[in-house]
Design a protein around this ligand. Structure first.
Ligand code: AMP
Length: 208
């Protein structure tokens, strides 16, 4: 089984959902820079204070802040690891190469129209980071997380005005990583459409 896996794909492509399943079903540790940053913002840490304005606009948090954060987390992890939302730039990918050897990059491919529908209908749990979709994957009780019972919320950056900017930022900065990992012979592209379980079956095959 592959042990160092990068999940690539635009916002809303299912990286969080598939990464979470890789964690709960196959035992990987999921490292999500987005979740770490949101927690830092909630706790008002120096990192959170610096990151907030970039996140609110849908832009990227500067590489030096992210790379420092990631290095610290990598040093704490044992066993298989899934990188969700990192790297997002070539500079971050180069920094990751210096820390560990990535075995596989899974690119989740989804059309823009579908991404916008998913992001604007997404609701998230601030406590356990579970995600729901109002139409295709609603919580059992409206507004309440199935897993931990916390009140769900809509991320500010999932509101329509910011979503378009996030997709542009993805195209400009992160899309080149598809070629980056392809050139290293590490890329697998999976169509990120269908049910969560159908997509997960393909993801599972790719990591074996
Ligand atoms: P996500 O939850 O992965 O969609 O991330 C939410 C926001 O956090 C992004 O829109 C960025 O502002 C910031 N962020 C997360 N990961 C990174 C990263 N690797 N590099 C720069 N900014 C990031």
């Amino acid at each position: 089984m592959k042990t160092k896996i990068v999940l690539l794909g635009p916002p809303g492509s299912g990286k969080g959902t598939q990464g979470e399943k890789l964690g709960s079903e196959l035992g990987y540790t999921r490292l999500s820079t987005g979740d770490m940053l949101r927690e830092a913002v909630r706790n008002g840490t120096p990192l959170g204070i610096k990151a907030k304005e970039f996140m609110d606009s849908g832009g990227l948090v500067p590489n030096d802040l992210i790379i420092g954060l990631m290095k610290e987390k990598i040093s704490e992890v044992e066993g298989g690891v899934i990188f969700d939302g990192f790297p997002r730039t070539v500079e971050q990918a180069d920094a990751l190469e210096k820390e560990i050897e990535v075995d596989l990059a899974i690119n989740l491919d989804v059309e823009d129209e579908e991404l916008v529908a998913r992001l604007t209908n997404r609701r998230s749990c601030p406590k356990c980071n579970a995600v729901y979709h109002l139409a295709s994957n609603p919580p059992r009780k409206e507004g309440v997380c199935d897993k931990c019972g916390s009140a769900l919320y809509q991320r500010d950056d999932d509101k329509a005005a910011t979503v378009q900017n996030r997709l542009k930022v993805y195209r400009d900065n992160t899309f080149p990583l598809i070629a980056y990992y392809k050139n290293k012979g590490k890329l697998v592209t999976i169509m990120g459409v269908g049910s969560i379980d159908e997509i997960f079956a393909k993801v599972k095959k790719a990591v074996q």
